[in-house]
Design a binder for this molecule. Structure first.
Ligand SMILES: [Zn+2]
Length: 225
């Protein structure tokens, strides 16, 4: 879904449904499809992995994990690797400055020690490689957190370790350097931002609201709303 404001300005792309078992992200993205940009262009891919959504699983091996397959490959046998390629092509075409990727994690980051290896990322913001990496996460958290309860507070993670790998890995070797946080390494002017809401003891309706609050604030920061 592409909305042009008719006013010259920045472009942003929002991804939902990269993982099919993270409904807070894709239900929020379904709403975002109806938002009209005040300036520039808003692109929304609300249900990036429809096959996984329909089965309510993260993804399937046969189609791949979109968040491990950037920069993608138009000729890959994996549907999600072709999708990654198409997303970055679209981002280049529109001069996208912000790629907002909406996810969920079971546990809350603040409730698990960062080194426990659990991958608990609930209530976090991470900005990947790109021109806005240094400050965007902090600015976004400062804008959203005053309206949130103590447990809902968004924590900014350091995204610098997710930068584009020195050499482009070949297809079939997914890894950390191939998440959406590496996308800015492949598209000039783009900064990717990953937002994760926690599922544990946090109702789905609230997770959707929190994603929408965060998305609105992020799009306001770049001037699309
Ligand atoms: Zn996810």
């Amino acid at each position: 879904m592409i909305h042009h404001s008719g006013v010259q300005g920045p472009a942003a792309i929002v991804l939902g449904g990269v993982h099919g078992n993270e409904p807070g992200g894709w239900l929020a993205a379904d709403e975002l499809v109806n938002w009209q940009p005040a300036a520039g262009t808003l692109l929304v891919l609300p249900r990036a992995n429809v096959t996984a959504l329909n089965a309510f699983v993260r993804t399937f091996e046969e189609i791949g994990d979109l968040n491990r397959l950037y920069p993608g490959d138009a000729d890959s046998p994996l549907m999600m690797e072709r999708m990654a390629h198409a997303i970055l092509e679209t981002a280049r075409e529109f001069g996208v400055e912000l790629l907002l990727d909406m996810h969920e994690s079971w546990a809350f980051y603040a409730e698990y020690p960062p080194n426990s290896g659990t991958g608990a990322l609930g209530q976090t913001i991470t900005a990947g490689v790109g021109p806005m990496q240094a400050h965007f996460g902090e600015r976004l958290a400062e804008k959203v957190n005053p309206a949130l309860t103590p447990r809902e507070q968004l924590i900014v993670r350091d995204g610098t370790r997710f930068s584009r790998p020195a050499t482009t890995p070949s297809a079939g070797q997914p890894g950390r350097g191939r998440s959406s946080l590496s996308a800015g390494g492949h598209v000039a002017g783009l900064t990717p931002v990953l937002v994760e809401m926690g599922q544990a003891d946090q109702p789905l309706e609230r997770r959707v609201e929190l994603h929408l609050l965060t998305a609105r604030a992020a799009l306001e920061l770049v001037g699309v709303l």
